[in-house]
Ligand binder design. Sequence first.
Ligand code: NAD
Ligand code: UDP
Length: 337
Amino acid sequence: MPKRILLTGGAGYIGSHTYVALVEAGHEVVILDNFVNAHRSVGGRLERITGKPVTLVEGDIRNAVTLATLFAEHAFDAVVHFAALKAVGESMARPLDYFDVNVGGLTTLLRAMEAAGCRRIVFSSSATVYGVPDEAPTPETAEFRAMNPYGQTKILGEQMLDWLGQSNPDWAIGILRYFNPAGAHGSALIGEDPRDIPNNLMPFVAKVALGELERISVFGDDYDTPDGTGVRDYIHVEDLARGHVLSLDRLFESGDSHCVNLGTGRGYSVLEVIAAYKRACNRDLPHTIAERRAGDVPVYVASAEKAEEILGFRTEKGLDEMCASSWKWVSNTGAHE
Ligand code: NAD
Ligand code: UDP
C-alpha cells in the first residue's frame, strides 16, 4: 500500500538514494532539507531518475512552525529521518551545534509528529554508537559507548525514541545502525559530494583518482588485522536505501519497533579498498603509510543476522560495485553543481 512519507535530509547522500527507493516502491514522498550539506540541484536530478516531479521543501527540522504546516498539508503516515550533522571532528569542535540539530531537531520533529498523530519513524543511527566494540562482528546487544559528541547525539536519539515508544504503544520505531555507506546511484546523477577535503576513506580515494588530491594517507598499518590496516564493513548506498523501505514495510505490517544493524557482515581493509578502487578507475592511486588516526577503531563489522531475520534484508552489491559506481559518479562532473 502506498504511504505518504516525510523524508528529512532527503537531499543529502543517503537520503537522496532512499528517496529513489521509496518512490520506486510506490510511496508519495516529501523532502524537507535546509541544504546545509546538499545542493539545490538534487531535486532536478531526482526527477530525472524517477521520471516524477519532486516535492522538495527548503526548511529546518528545528522550526516547529515549518513542521506543523507540513504535517497539516500532507497527513504523513510516517517519517524517515536523515537530517543531522555528521562530521566527527567538527562535532568535537562545535558540540552545541550537534546537540542542537541532532537532539533538539529530533525533539521538535517528534513533537510535531505527536501533535499530528503520526507515530511511525525510521531513524538514521550509526555503528558509532558502539564506540570501540568488544566483539566483531558486532551484535545489536553491544553496549553504547560514546567516543565523541556526534556519537553521543546518536545514542541520545536512540534513547529518546526508546522512552517515547515505552510511553505510548502506538509508536512504531525503526532504528537503523549504518556501518560504512559507500558508492553511488547507478545513474551517476546522485552520490556523496563532500564540500571540503573528505575525512572518510572512500571519498578521499575518489578525489585522488580524480587527481584533485595527491595521495592517500593510510592511517596505520600495525593494527591486529590481516594486513595491519583498519577494517570496515562497507555497504552500498543503494542496498542501504532498500533497507529503509523494508524497515518502513515492517513498521506498517507489524506495528512493532525494531533496532538493527545495516551492514554486509564482511569487512575490508584500507589496502583492499584502495586496490578495488584502482580496478574501478584504472588509474594509479599513490598512497603512503601514516600514523594511526586518533580515536580510530581497528575493526567495525556488522553482525547482519538480525536485519535479515526481522526485515528480510540482505545486501546485494559488493565492494567492486561500490567503487565502480563511486567512480562513475565522481567522474560525471556535470552532475555536481
Ligand atoms: P548528508 O549530510 O549528506 O545528509 C544530511 C542532510 O540533512 C543534508 O542534506 C543536510 O542539508 C540536511 N540537514 C542537516 N541539518 C538539517 C536541518 N537542521 N534541517 C533540515 N535539513 C538538515 O549525510 P548522510 O551521509 O546522507 O547521512 C544521513 C544520516 O545518516 C545522518 O543522520 C547521519 O548521521 C547518518 N549516518 C551517516 C553515515 C555516513 O557514513 N554517511 C553513517 C552512519 C549514519
Ligand atoms: N582511513 C585512511 N585514510 C583516510 C581516511 C580513512 O586510512 O584518509 C582509514 C581509517 O583509519 C579507517 C578506514 O579508513 O580504518 C575507514 O575510515 P572512515 O573515516 O571512512 O570511516 P570510519 O572510521 O568513520 O568508520
